[in-house]
Design a binder for this molecule. Structure first.
Ligand code: SAM
Length: 275
């Protein structure tokens, strides 16, 4: 299987070093979104149904902490711990939790293959849009499961392997990266079609599954360039990825400007540790 940059620890370390790039990517996608429920709201709704009164909550690969903060809001009496490999992003999470007047001890900078956390301690764990960074996500799910108490719940989310593939066609058609359509999915290790098998292989029991169709409409090539410049799937010159306006003007040289539409399936699994 040829590999994807999402599985290269050096690439992901630089992608997630600071909140700026992740914010640019997420912001461009959110502005393009035309249908599909908000992921954070969906996760807290699933959490409420599966785990009404958790005392300890773990948010693995928490990024900038959007889910972490939403869980802290939803469960004011619970201890909420975010873990991530990026010290830069964890600092943001810490500040956001403090701004919410939440207890926020030092959040562990850790690789999710080896969580520096006790066994059987957590009532609820979330692993949202991060397991596709693991070459063997079942190993990570098993490590998260180790931290769950018997009967504790994991909510894992991911996207379909073909997410945003229409954008690959646009980038290829521009001539800037003609092979863009031939590369493997960024989500190849953990996606809509294999996620349930991966979670079950790690010893958890699937209790619930939700697949949501999300659609996106980028207003023009400038808007598309904001997202594409952050996407490690594309092999674009560094001066272009550093400057979305320059990428936009290069795209416009080869393509008619106008809206670009694409889609993604977002999959949510709720799974329980053996009781
Ligand atoms: C796309 S972001 C998702 C952030 C957040 N969970 C969300 O849903 O918005 C993926 C996160 O996974 C983290 N990550 C990637 N590989 C990791 C690893 N080996 N151990 C811990 N975190 C990792 C990255 O640092 C990044 O914050």
């Amino acid at each position: 299987m040829s590999t994807t940059p999402f599985l290269d620890p050096d690439v992901t370390a630089s992608l997630y070093a600071t909140p700026r790039r992740l914010g640019q990517r997420t912001g461009a996608l959110h502005r393009a979104k035309t249908t599909g429920a908000d992921a954070t709201t969906t996760i807290t709704t699933l959490a409420t149904a599966s785990t009404p009164n958790p005392a300890w909550i773990l948010d693995v690969g928490c990024g900038r902490g959007t889910t972490t903060v939403a869980l802290a809001h939803r469960y004011p009496a619970a201890a909420v711990l975010g873990v991530d490999r990026s010290p830069g992003l964890l600092a943001v999470v810490q500040a956001r939790l403090v701004a919410e007047h939440r207890r926020a001890g030092l959040l562990p900078v850790a690789d999710f293959h080896h969580l520096p956390l006790p066994t059987g301690a957590f009532d609820l764990a979330v692993a949202s849009f991060c397991l596709y960074h693991a070459p063997e996500p079942a190993v990570v799910v098993a490590e998260i499961a180790r931290c769950l108490r018997p009967g504790g719940q994991l909510i894992a989310t991911t996207k379909s392997a073909d997410s945003y593939h229409d954008l690959d066609a646009v980038i290829a058609a521009s001539g800037l990266d003609p092979d863009a359509t031939h590369r493997p999915s960024l989500y190849q290790s953990f996606h809509t079609d294999n996620a349930a098998d991966v979670v079950a292989a790690a010893g958890l029991m699937i209790r619930r599954r939700l697949d949501q169709w999300h659609t996106f409409r980028f207003a023009d090539l400038g808007h598309l360039a904001e997202y594409a410049a952050t996407c490690p799937k594309y092999r674009l010159p560094p001066q272009v990825t550093a400057d979305p306006a320059m990428l936009a003007s290069q795209l416009r040289r080869h393509l008619p400007d106008g809206p670009v539409e694409t889609a993604s399936t977002v999959t949510y699994l709720v799974a329980a540790a053996p009781a």
